[in-house]
Design a protein around this ligand. Structure first.
Ligand code: NAD
Ligand code: MG
Length: 387
């Protein structure tokens, strides 16, 4: 049976991996809508290739270019934040939420409110909205299929198990490109070094998050919302080979792990075909060639981000949204060459210390906290060179 699909963030790394799988299985998918922030020409080319019905740019100033690039194709074009949400409300069998950052929150919530099935890659949306999103998922009968590789692994390890029987969930972390570096080298790390991840090929923002370990911190919060077993049952272990993508230990001390190549097409395929399976073009795992799987505790002295994230979710309320917004601002500043690597987590920490807000109960509340936290984080960047 052919299924309709919308990809929010089609021009990104997750978008490209998703479209690669669809390209190989054209009889299974009918693309409804593809979106991007701007990249109008690239988006138009994808919309033409996949015979989409609609293409949307989040940045309205790129709409003219998109229209021109789609002319004669019969594909509708739209632009702006509201157009993204309207696109996400169109009835489809699956929505892939692959916009980066809190920018993806409103469109993802629009798909949730439609009661849709959402392959969720956009972790920042769930981190920021927390219970506002999980509450809406329950109220509207939506389904979140975790696409982040760790959460997809946990989801697979939980199949057939009971949440009550779970003793511990272990998120694995590669440790990022600076795992073996000393404090001075980490402090002096450049954007080029930070985006060169040893195991995964990803967008720039998540690559920097992997280097600071904030990615794992955000994933810890994401896991708490997707698999509510309690924070005391969630832990992180560094596993440099990225072969085990996460694990679930049951109360009888039996641990299930999910293994696979470090290629996002594996978890994406598991969401696309769910509850069935589909082929991917990847080579089978060659464990003998890999040789060793090793593990170590995270070093929170050198990489404080997982501690900061854990404290934010323990505090709850607005703290995770503030953390996420401050991190987005700091990562942007780092990528633009305005601040050094160590200041990314320092800005996140200081913004959390300086800004408190009541717990959000609606999407509008979350977006207001996000906006204010961005202003506060930008002030922290400007005002005090030490934070
Ligand atoms: P990316 O930067 O490669 O792509 C982001 C996409 O979002 C692009 O299509 C871009 O045009 C769009 N976009 C960016 N800003 C936007 C805005 N303001 N409005 C509308 N659209 C906007 O990012 P990515 O690496 O594909 O990551 C996407 C999401 O998936 C992130 O939340 C990331 O944490 C998560 N994720 C990515 C990977 C990975 O391997 N890349 C793995 C796990 C989770
Ligand atoms: Mg991940």
């Amino acid at each position: 049976m052919i299924r309709s699909i919308t990809i929010l963030g089609a021009t990104g790394s997750i978008g490209a991996s998703t479209l690669d799988l669809i390209r190989r299985n054209p009889e299974r998918w009918q693309v409804d809508t593809l979106t991007a922030n701007c990249s109008a020409k690239e988006l138009a080319a994808l919309a033409r290739e996949f015979e989409a019905k609609l293409a949307v740019v989040g940045d309205e100033s790129c709409l003219g270019e998109l229209r021109a690039a789609l002319s004669g194709s019969g594909i509708e074009a739209a632009g702006g934040a509201q157009a993204l949400c309207d696109a996400a409300k169109r009835p489809v069998d699956m929505t892939v939420a692959a916009i980066v950052g809190c920018a993806g929150l409103a469109p993802t919530m629009a798909a949730v409110e439609r009661g849709g099935t959402i392959a969720l890659a956009n972790k920042e949306a769930l981190v920021s909205a927390g219970e506002v999103m999980t509450g809406a998922v329950a109220r509207h009968g939506a389904t979140l299929l975790p696409t982040d590789s760790e959460h997809n692994a946990i989801f697979q390890c939980l199949a057939g198990g009971k949440m009550d029987d779970v003793a511990r969930i272990t998120l694995t972390a590669s440790g990022g490109p600076f795992r073996t570096w000393d404090a001075a080298a980490i402090h002096a790390a450049t954007p080029e070094q930070a985006v060169a991840h040893p195991n995964w090929s990803m967008g720039a923002k998540i690559s920097v998050d992997s280097a600071t370990m904030m990615n794992k911190g955000l994933e810890y919060i994401e896991a708490h919302h997707l698999f509510p077993v309690g924070l005391d049952r969630l832990r992180i272990v560094v596993h440099p080979q990225s072969v085990i993508h996460s694990m679930v230990e049951y109360r009888d001390r039996s641990t299930l792990a999910q293994l696979g190549p470090s290629d996002m097409r594996v978890p994406i395929a598991s969401c696309l075909a769910y509850p069935d399976r589909m082929e991917t073009p990847l080579e089978p795992l060659d464990l003998a060639a890999i040789g060793e799987l090793t593990f170590q505790a995270p070093n929170e002295e050198l990489f404080p981000a997982t501690r900061i994230a854990r404290e934010a979710i323990e505090a709850g309320g607005a703290a995770p949204a503030i953390l996420n917004a401050a991190n987005e601002i700091a990562v942007e500043a780092f990528l633009a060459g305005h601040i050094g690597f160590s200041r990314i987590t320092a800005v996140a920490q200081s913004t959390l210390e300086r800004y408190e807000a009541p717990a959000p109960s609606t999407l509008e509340d979350v977006l207001a906290i996000d906006s204010e936290a961005r202003i506060r984080a930008a002030e922290a960047l400007e005002s005090n060179p030490l934070v």
